[in-house]
Write a protein that binds this ligand. Sequence first.
Ligand code: SIN
Ligand code: FE2
Length: 217
Amino acid sequence: MTMNLFDSMGGIEARQEQLGPGATVLHRHAVPEETALLSALRDVVAGAPFRHMVTPGGFHMSVAVTNCGSLGWVTDRTGYRYDPIDPVSGLPWPRMPEVFLALATRAAARAGFGEYVPDACLINRYVTGARVSLHQDKNEQDFDQPIVSVSLGIPAVFLFGGLNRADRAIRVKLTHGDVVVWGGAARLRYHGILPIKEDHHPLVGDHRINLTFRKAA
Ligand code: SIN
Ligand code: FE2
């Protein structure tokens, strides 16, 4: 069942959609900060450029990634982990911009998760055809804290499954400014992104950016 609540943020229609207990889509919730978010993103990427990481199985991810915050999610032939150091630069990841943190905290609170202080932000960049297969976010220490996921740029179809890989997944179209929050009973639900269709966004260009906030440590 989905429930829609309408809200007005400076004239922007902000629809709130429930995907089940603990999982909410805050449609267009990040639009008011779009300019500040994209400017902060440019600063992060100047310090830690996007790269195609290698999975433990030896494949290059179709999505290019980077991180900001005190911990960054990394994958290589040895596995997945959170690391305070960017393996490419040998330096700490860029600090989490204030506008990122404020958005993540506000969205979490709006979805019912107060006092959220993420320490990691994984940034995914998708070009046409890039995808993320069904997975659980489970490299974090504390599953009491939700995941907050912000979509910018061209649209995607988000697959949101159950607690078992084989459970049927619903499809949710995510467009620029949409924020998905999942925690509590939904924290370990499988999710993924279908191959991105070619498109263009006036501010972001020909790709999709996703910011995934976590409390990792
Ligand atoms: C992920 O869960 O790794 C990506 C989610 C997204 O890009 O929306
Ligand atoms: Fe994920």
